[in-house]
Write a protein that binds this ligand. Structure first.
Ligand SMILES: *Cc1c(COP(=O)(O)O)cnc(C)c1O
Length: 397
């Protein structure tokens, strides 16, 4: 009898439980590039309304060209961490590009934002310090905080009275860091970073914002919440991903104060003990920042598309969570209804996902629609039409 036999039985049962609870995640297989229109394995073409491809850059010709060119000039992989022999001119240029975009002092690259968040707290803070975290923060922030010895405080989502209470409770610690997502991905609301910053001033705390869903999206030119609230250069730490609006490939970063970035290069474990991002990703990233800096066309289109879509869906009678991002949560409340609606929409050629407990609170099931600059008006209209048709059919509106 191998030890695995009993373990297999255990796993089988757990997996069956996930399945019978209706929570088993199946992956739909796409056979085309990521775009407004995608093709799935069955041959069906769908309009995609569930990618984080906010600026529509995931199949952008300029980025593909830059990536291909970099393969010729800089090779395919680095086979090294940054501090041994994994730093090329491209990595330094991309870091400079990120800092320039956000108006910060320096930036450090990671394989993903999950790693950026996993590696940001532990090197900076210790048991004498406090981390004050929004309860709806991303899983990677929660994990990163767990790896750090600082005392943990939590405040209810975007609740400034609760944040103030936690700040008061944390006054005896040496240093305080407030951490929040810029945009909360299930509702689409923007964190009140202006008020967070005020409270931070009042109670002597630093501020960290994870701009993964807000960078490229929020603010007139897509610089994120610091642009929206006029706080450029004032937020101490920003983390973000290259895997959403910024081309959608892979890669994450931390950007902010010089000494913080310097310390992360010395002590951040996912940076020190994990491979350097490949040159073609760095090169495409450099090109991407040039592109969105040279014209505001994509950001403008995303903003226009989002307000067009949200207004039309509201006018049709849907219950939409207040949103200041490219995320539009269509509230259905009932878990089964969210699944039925999503699968009926797919039959109509609209690809969206229904979310329900435990991804969102019990009784808060919804369909999350994500808008992109890649969507044309006819795509949006087709989606609105399908929502209206199926919404009536299922008696949602
Ligand atoms: C997506 C996301 C991440 C993870 O980014 P990756 O680069 O895909 O690891 C981290 N934080 C937030 C808020 C996110 O939305």
């Amino acid at each position: 009898m191998s030890a695995y036999n009993n373990f297999r039985k255990y796993l089988r049962k757990e997996l069956d439980d996930i399945q019978s609870a209706g929570l088993y995640k199946n992956e739909r297989i796409i056979v085309s590039p990521q775009d407004a229109k995608i093709k799935i394995e069955s041959g069906q073409e769908l309009l995609n309304f569930c990618a984080n491809n906010y600026l529509g850059l995931a199949d952008n010709d300029e980025l593909i060209k830059a990536a291909k060119k970099a393969m010729d000039t800089h090779g395919y992989g680095m086979a090294s961490v940054r501090f041994i022999c994994g730093t090329q001119d491209l990595h330094k240029q991309l870091e400079a590009g990120i800092a320039k975009f956000f108006g910060t002092e320096d930036a450090i690259l990671y394989a993903a934002c999950f790693d950026a968040n996993g590696g940001v707290f532990e090197p900076l803070l210790s048991e004498e310090d406090a981390i004050i975290s929004d309860t709806l923060n991303h899983a990677s922030i929660i994990d990163g905080v767990r790896l750090c010895k600082a005392v943990r405080y939590r405040y209810a989502n975007a609740d400034m009275e609760d944040l103030e209470r936690q700040l008061i409770a944390a006054q005896n610690q040496r240093f305080r860091l407030i951490v929040t997502d810029g945009v909360f991905s299930m509702d689409g609301n923007v964190a009140p970073v202006d008020k967070i910053y005020e409270l931070a001033q009042k109670y002597d705390a630093m501020v960290m914002v994870d701009e993964s869903h807000s960078a490229g999206v929020v603010g007139k030119t897509g610089r994120g919440t610091t642009e929206q609230f006029n706080l450029q250069g004032k937020v101490d730490i920003i983390t973000g991903t290259l895997g959403k609006a910024f081309g959608g490939a892979i890669g994450g970063f931390t950007t902010g104060r010089q000494e913080i970035i310097d310390m992360l290069r010395q002590r951040s474990r996912p940076y020190l003990f994990s491979n350097s991002i490949p040159p073609y990703i760095a090169a495409a990233g450099i090109r991407m920042f040039e592109l969105i800096d040279s014209t505001n066309e994509l950001q403008d289109r995303l903003h226009d598309n989002t307000s067009y879509f949200v207004n039309k869906l509201k006018a049709a009678g849907f219950d939409i969570k207040p949103t200041q991002s490219a995320i539009c949560a269509v509230m259905l409340y009932d878990a089964k209804l969210s699944q039925d609606m999503a699968s009926r929409l797919q039959e109509e050629g609209i690809y969206v996902t229904g979310f329900y407990y435990p991804v969102v609170p019990k009784g808060q099931a919804r369909i999350r629609v994500q808008i992109s600059a890649a969507h044309r008006k006819e795509h949006l209209d087709k989606c609105i039409e399908a929502f209206t048709k199926i919404g009536k059919e299922l008696k949602v509106i």
